[in-house]
Design a protein around this ligand. Sequence first.
Ligand SMILES: Nc1ncnc2c1ncn2[C@@H]1O[C@H](COP(=O)(O)OP(=O)(O)OP(=O)(O)O)[C@@H](O)[C@H]1O
Ligand SMILES: CC(=O)N[C@H]1[C@@H]2OC[C@@H](O2)[C@@H](O)[C@@H]1O[C@H](C)C(=O)O
Length: 373
Amino acid sequence: MSLYIGVMSGTSLDGIDIAIVDINDNQILLRAAETYPFSPSLRKDLYSLINTGRAHLQQLGQVDMALGHAYSEAILQLLAETNIAPTDIKAIGCHGQTIYHAPDAAYPFSMQIGCASVIAELTGITTIADFRQRDMVLGGQGAPLVPAFHQALFHNPDEDTVIANIGGISNITILPADKRQPVLGFDTGPGNVLLDQWYQQHHRAMYDENGRWARDGKVDTELLNLLLADPFFMQPLPKSTGREHFNLTWLTNTLVAFDKPIKAESIQKTLLQLTVRSIADAVKQYAENASSLYVCGGGAHNEVLMQSLRDELTNIKVSNTVDLGLAPDWVEACAFAWLGMQTLHHQSGNLPAVTGASKPTILGAIYSSSEAS
Ligand SMILES: Nc1ncnc2c1ncn2[C@@H]1O[C@H](COP(=O)(O)OP(=O)(O)OP(=O)(O)O)[C@@H](O)[C@H]1O
Ligand SMILES: CC(=O)N[C@H]1[C@@H]2OC[C@@H](O2)[C@@H](O)[C@@H]1O[C@H](C)C(=O)O
């Protein structure tokens, strides 16, 4: 038995995903998984950090620690509920919360918070965190990192396979059947982030369940083309993005430039189509031989979005990662359990062909659980 824990809180800011997995020879068995919502005050603090990109240093320090505590509580709760002892866990791979991702800065950096010292101390489990920076020091984007995990688990020698994660931001991984061909992976642009933000402007709920509101709207092709004219969509690989770029301000500026009357639900439908088109266009451009696309992340639950994706990609079978043996909600948390394991075993976790780094490297820092002698 090789039990690891993966912790993911992503760009949607919907909560903390925890997965307890048994990993053996690139086989992964999901033992337990749960999403723990952020407390309203922590959520508010994270939103404020992310949306403004500004903070007093004292506030940043406090939120970093508070999130470390929230992660620890969630981990300990899931362990208690499943009757698994912390001593049975080899390590925790914790992604942290991205509060700023700047691959194009003079000194590129990606900042994830959620203090790993707190997690290692409170759980007594060795914790690996800060996964992105080593890749960036080597000239990489530091993202996406899940493609190495997708390759280890989902490679199919009989067909080119595409995995699309539709979280807050969307990213795809292209796994050629021929293992001598490089794996490709990159962010395609917004996933649910704009859909959620626009929805929240008009409703009291966090997201448009099953795309019901979007279904009432109509895609406005002119607005869609304006949204698709953003240079990110044309940018060559490697590329990654985040809420620093695709956010409510970006949407508002585009709507001001559009300057035509349009129903709110039609904006929602057009944003949904933006997510669909940016993924479908990327698949057509970079994975012309692929026969299957498996979706993971919360977008897999949006029926309208999934149907639109099928309508755009008529030559490809579009389903979700349940068909590969892993439910869409847990793929990222499992990936960070796997990436933590890689680091613990002194194995690399980045794919230079994906991130653009000059070489593979061991990712992250290890916060050991061992008692001082
Ligand atoms: N039933 C549903 N109908 C429509 N949308 C849904 C549904 N369930 C989840 N979602 C969407 O999925 C989002 C959460 O997705 P997920 O947990 O994959 O994001 P994340 O991990 O935060 O993002 P990222 O992968 O960018 O880090 C929600 O904010 C919501 O927009
Ligand atoms: C900087 C950052 O947090 N990037 C996330 C984000 O969410 C989706 C997409 O953008 C992806 O590039 C990445 O997450 C996944 C887990 C990754 O690194 O593969």
